[in-house]
Structure formats: C-alpha cells, structure tokens
Design a protein around this ligand. Sequence first.
Ligand SMILES: Cc1cc2nc3c(=O)[nH]c(=O)nc-3n(C[C@H](O)[C@H](O)[C@H](O)COP(=O)(O)OP(=O)(O)OC[C@H]3O[C@@H](n4cnc5c(N)ncnc54)[C@H](O)[C@@H]3O)c2cc1C
Length: 453
Amino acid sequence: MSEKYDLIVIGGGPGGLTLAELAAAKKKRVLIIEKDGWGGTCTNRGCIPTKALLSCSKYFADLKKLKRMGINIAEASIDFSAIKKHQQQIVKVSALGAQKVLAEAGVETKLGTGEIISSKEVRFTDSSGKSESCFAQNIILAWGSIPQVLPGITLSERVMTSDGLLNLNSLPSSIIIVGGSVIGVEFATFFAELGSKVTIVEILDTIIPLEDQECAEMLRQELIRMGVAIHTSTKLESLKDTNSGVLMMAQKDGKQLEISADYALLCTGRKPLLNSEELDKLGIEYTKGGIKIDKNMMTNMAGIYAVGDVTGGMMLAHRAAQQAKIAAGHICGDSDFSYNENFIPSVVYSHPQIARVGYTQKRAEEEGLLVEVIKSSYSANIIARAELLGQGFVKAIFHQDKLIGATIVGEDAAELIAPLALSVSNELTKKQLRAWVIPHPTLSEIFAPLLGD
Ligand SMILES: Cc1cc2nc3c(=O)[nH]c(=O)nc-3n(C[C@H](O)[C@H](O)[C@H](O)COP(=O)(O)OP(=O)(O)OC[C@H]3O[C@@H](n4cnc5c(N)ncnc54)[C@H](O)[C@@H]3O)c2cc1C
C-alpha cells in the first residue's frame, strides 16, 4: 500500500527529529524513518553516552578536592560496570524521550531503511526485508555521519572508533588515542580521570587546533597533569591488534616512536553518510564534504532538503537542530529568521571544558578585523575560588563595539557560553551589554569586565 505524506524525514537524529516535530506541530502529515536507534548518533553513540561517562569521571576526580574542604571519606574506588549502567540508562532515557516527543507531536514513525526513489517517493524496508512505497511533497535527508578511519588501519576488537569504544565493558589499563581533537580529548579526559594510562597522538602541532590556542594550551597542561602523554607533530605509521593489546609505530621529529597499550581509539574525524547511489540517481549535488544546500537547507532538487551532519561543516547536534528549524520554516511557509553558522556555539567537554561562539581572536585577525579583546580570569572570581574550580578564563572579542565571539576555558564553560551565544547571535553592543545584571556571588561574574565594570 502506498501512503501520501506532506513530509518524509529519513534519519531520526537531532536534525530529523527536530524537523519532524516542528512540521507536525504545523499540522503537516509527517513520516520519519530511522534504521537504527531513535535519537541518532547523538543519543546512541555521541553526545549523550559520552557526557554520561564524563560526569562519572568528573565526580571521581573531584573527590580529591573534598579533603581541602574538610571532608574526609573512605578510599574511593571505581565500579566500571556501574558506570556503564549509568551510560546505558541515560541513553535509554534520551531515546525514549525522542520517541515521546514524536508521538506527542503526532509524527508517524517507521523503524527500517528509507531509500529515495524519486523527488516524491521513498521506499521503506523493514528488518524482515518487507518494502513499501511512501509518497510525499517534501523529502528530508538527515542521514548523519560516520567515523572516518585512516587508510591502512583495520578496525578490530582492540582498534576501535568511538562507536566500538562506547561498548567496552572493562576499564582499559592503557589506551592510545589517535587524534587530539574534540572527541579524542573528551575520551582522554574520561580514561585519565579513572586512572587509565592515556597516550594521545596528534599529527598537527597542537591539540584542539580549531579553538583558541591559549585555551588549548591550558587543556594540554591539565591533561598532562592528569598523566596523559601527548605527542603532537607525530605521524601514525602503523597500528596493529596483537590479540593481547595494540602496537603503534609513529614518527616524531624524524625519530621512530613505538607504543603499546591495551586498546587504541581512532578519533580521526567524521564524514557525512552519503548514499551516493541514491544521490546520483536523482542528480542531487554533493561533494565528499557533504550534500550541497542553499540558505533554506534545500538541495538543488526542489522539495528535497538536507540537514545536519550529512551537509558537512560543524558536526554538532544543536547545529543539526537549527538547520532543521530553518528547513521546517521554509516548508511550512513561516520562516522568521535566517541561518548563521557563526552563531552556533561549540563545546569541548574535556575537564576543563572549552566553549566558544563566533570568532576566535586568531580568526578575526586572519580576516583583518580590528578587534578589542577583553579577558577575565576565574582566579579573580570568588565563587571559582570558594568552589576550588581551578583555572579558567573568558576571552571576548569585540569588533566595532559589537560582541562577535567569545571563548571560555574552565569549569562549567559549556553552561557559561549560553548567554554569550545569545549576545553574539543578537550582535549586542557594549552599551546593550551594560544593561545586563549578573547575580552575586556567581561564576558568571567573570563576565563583569565585558560590561565595562
Ligand atoms: C563520540 C561523539 C560525541 C559527540 N558529542 C557531541 C556533543 O557533545 N555535542 C554535540 O552537539 N554533538 C556531539 N556529537 C555530534 C553529534 O552526535 C552529531 O552532530 C549529531 O548527532 C548530528 O545529528 P544528525 O541528525 O545530523 O545525524 P545523526 O545523529 O547521525 O542521525 C542520523 C540518523 O539517520 C539514520 N539513517 C541514516 N541513513 C538512513 C536511512 N537510509 N534510513 C533510515 N535511517 C537512516 C541513522 O541511523 C542515524 O540514526 C558527538 C559525536 C560523537 C561521535
């Protein structure tokens, strides 16, 4: 039997879910097809499980602070199976939450694979192989992304990407992490805080290359303090599963580096999941960096949209959701704002966290913008001192009196960036910021110098 919808969404991650929910709220008849798990990469293999794990390791690491606060507790220890249970529980809650939202919005759901046949037809196939044709006015491609594996590396039980590593059931005594960008340093933080011996190997001369380098340096020092060995400017040559562990050969400063460990984690980027046969058949334009879209998230084929990681660029859950809002507005004829990649905040959930919105100082300088940089440190903040939050700072970038970017390194940076993201996306001036009253005493008072106080 064939069905007629206003909209068929293929992919149930943050992009697809947001679009389906918003369009259904506008009384569109919406079908969403997901082949794996509701919530996509974010819920099942990304944001949610990693943050559940990092909250466990953070509590464990923070126990060391308690003594200074006069609290003595018996020796603490790790129960890794309980940590995994916490991870699985939070993933389950997130996936159920996604399904509840869809049900409440009146979105029809199908678990299986969606394949675009024409600009109005999607073939749905369930796990038993049963197929049916579904028809719609609009089709949304929200296929997401997959890990990128370096050529010559074979995945195994001990050489894994983040997908495999999240299923690990025992704490490794040692691990090599290839790639010192966001996912790599988040896993490095988790394992190091729980006591694993962690080695990061990074081909570039710095970790977190896209963020403010003063922040990256503070994180580097903190990771080293946790016991992480960081080899930058180091080129991986081979990585082998030896059955009892892994053996890595690399080149650093012309010298051979040989490191063995229990496991290796590959964090060498992600690539859009491009079903090229389907795209080619319909003549939808793409590059290996992602499906090409216009300002409304529409592909070159009228009525077919693409949102989220499959479009390349910043691969973040809230960016996928923001693109979905734009596409939903265009489809439903009620767009009231436009998309600006500059307004998408990004967070590295290492300890300390690094959070940014808009311009870094380096990017502003590269673009020849005349900027004023205002820096404010955690060390001058009384709550940061009272709560033993350690070091951190905010760096705010003003251009022609407007806040165009900010980076925060330190505890709670992920939360603290939110008001700055609002300010940057509204292009607030210093004068407008002066009306902002910050409660006392709070960590947010690190923003006081931005208000001219
Ligand atoms: C380890 C890790 C940590 C991360 N941490 C964060 C973080 O802290 N914050 C953040 O913002 N982002 C984070 N991300 C990135 C985030 O997960 C992605 O940016 C986000 O999930 C992208 O959403 P999406 O909807 O584009 O795609 P996805 O979430 O990848 O969803 C796509 C869905 O489409 C389905 N699909 C694909 N093809 C088909 C088909 N033909 N038929 C049916 N279904 C199909 C897939 O099964 C998948 O479920 C992390 C990623 C990883 C790997």
